[in-house]
Design a protein. Structure first.
Length: 231
């Protein structure tokens, strides 16, 4: 009976209906958190309009705008991605993928720090902006091969992917460091630590499915570092 249920679940997960359903769920999650991020931006803009320009407020606007841009990028990629050629099954792999993608974005539901020095806020804004710029460059090369779950849609090995195997994850984590600084608390550090671990496991799961789908991936994996250029 269990094997029958497993086969049925596998069949559903490879269906067109399941693909559409997962896209809707992903966009809904991004939309909810994106709306929360946009609300923070608008509230901060209103405060600054009432009190005059403030560097720290401006930097928090930049950081939250970068978070919103991350939502927009991921939502667009989820909608426009191509059908998966192969997928990694299992509840654990899917939970890891979702946590790696979305968990840290819950920071927008937490209070912003207002007691940090101006240079710290400036640093946070710069880090987030650089991370977002790098993410945009990466997705232009990745195109419709983007996946939330560990799935194989296409093999991209040029551009940023010739430097490291997971440049988008690297750019996203860099951008999120700015958010961690802006919302700094023990809760945020826990979220970021768990999300980073899940992101690493997500990358490993993705590599396994790419290796089994594309024979050329093994050679690419041997010659290209995972996350740190030159290692």
């Amino acid at each position: 009976m269990l094997s029958g249920l497993g086969s049925a679940a596998a069949s559903v997960s490879h269906s067109r209906s399941w693909d559409v359903f997962t896209r809707i769920v992903a966009v809904a999650c991004f939309g909810f958190l994106g709306a929360a991020s946009c609300a923070v931006v608008m509230a901060t803009v209103s405060r600054m309009a009432a009190s005059g320009f403030d560097t720290r407020m401006f930097c928090t606007i930049v950081v939250n705008a970068c978070i919103f841009l991350q939502f927009l990028i991921q939502s667009t990629l989820v909608v426009c991605r191509s059908r998966a050629l192969a997928k990694t099954g299992g509840v654990g792999a899917r939970a890891v993928a979702m946590a790696g993608s979305w968990l840290i974005f819950a920071v927008v539901l937490l209070p912003i720090r207002v007691d940090l020095s101006t240079p710290i806020y400036v640093l946070a804004a710069l880090v987030s902006a650089v991370g977002d710029c790098l993410a945009i460059v990466v997705v232009l090369h990745l195109g419709r091969s983007y996946s939330v779950m560990a799935e194989a849609r296409g093999l991209v090995v040029d551009g940023p992917y010739a430097i490291v195997r997971h440049p988008l994850y690297l750019a996203e984590q860099l951008s999120l460091i700015g958010a961690v600084i802006t919302f700094l608390s023990w809760r945020v550090m826990v979220l970021f630590t768990v999300q980073s671990c899940c992101q690493y496991l997500r990358a490993r799961n993705e590599e396994r499915i790419l290796s089994s789908t594309f024979p050329a991936y093994a050679d690419y994996r041997r010659r290209t570092p995972m996350l740190v250029p030159g290692t």
